[in-house]
Design a protein. Structure first.
Length: 264
């Protein structure tokens, strides 16, 4: 008599990729996405090139969302609201965040963690796309966040994150610019989510010019940090509702730096 193992229902994974005029980078990014990804939520920021057409050609899992506002934060929030997967991974369209690392990011979530943050500055990570100016700024902001909010992040302003979709109801991102990555990092910590860090290697942008403006966006990030710490934060009313709320442990868990084996 032959018996069959019962099927195991694995959580679905949605990638959220904001993009504007990235047609030359998409073949690099989309070709490295694992086949088991549930969907690719592609938020187009009113591209004037063939970004949307290229995305549709390269993957039949692409769901196009037309951005109605402006800024990376606005694009991510629209993408998060449109995602249907159990797990969400935020990915850049410029080739700097490697889709091959997605299994490393979601591994902690399948082992009881609630939010995974990629780090360029823990063992096994690195970067080929950081100037001295950006490095000093990142370290300064990281020091300030650790001073004001606690936790043990080893990297701060790096937006390669993976998290259970329901955690959005605790994070409630409500900014429109590049500072959204800082906001998500801080609010995940403040909400007491169980956070793991895993190593990541940041690649240089493959083609084109970055939309990041170091001084302008650095000031906006600083304002977010100070607002979150000193101004108090009433629960924002999201313009992109999520409604996926689940209870979390009421006792905050410190950030755990982990390898793919989750060794402390």
């Amino acid at each position: 008599m032959v018996t069959h193992a019962s099927s195991v229902s694995l959580p679905t994974v949605s990638l959220v990729i904001p993009a504007k005029n990235e047609e030359k980078n998409l073949p690099i990014v989309l070709s490295r996405i694992p086949e088991w990804i549930h969907e690719v939520v592609f938020v187009d920021g009113n591209s004037t090139d063939n970004t949307v057409e290229v995305a549709r050609t390269l993957s039949d899992k692409v769901k196009i969302v037309r951005q109605t506002g402006r800024g990376k934060g606005n694009a991510l929030r629209q993408g998060f609201a449109a995602a249907t997967g159990d797990i969400i991974v935020a990915l850049d369209a410029d080739g700097s965040t490697d889709p091959a690392e997605i299994p490393v990011l979601i591994a902690p979530l399948l082992s009881g963690w609630q939010f995974t943050k990629a780090s360029r500055f823990m063992q096994g990570g690195g970067t080929a796309d950081m100037t001295l100016y950006r490095s000093v700024g990142n370290k300064g902001l990281l020091f300030l966040v650790r001073l004001l909010f606690g936790g043990k992040y080893s990297d701060f302003n790096y937006g390669y994150n993976a998290f259970w979709a329901w955690t959005l109801d605790y994070i409630l991102p409500d900014v429109d610019g590049f500072e959204i990555e800082a906001l998500i990092t801080i609010r995940a910590l403040r909400a007491g989510l169980k956070i793991a860090e895993v190593p990541s290697f940041e690649l240089p942008r493959a083609h084109g010019q970055s939309h990041l403006k170091s001084i302008r966006d650095g000031i906006r990030i600083l304002k977010v940090i100070l607002r979150e710490r000193f101004a108090g934060r009433p629960m924002p009313i999201p313009d992109f509702p999520f409604r996926r709320l689940k209870p979390i442990d009421t006792h905050p868990t410190p950030v755990i730096s982990a390898t793919i084996k989750l060794a402390k």
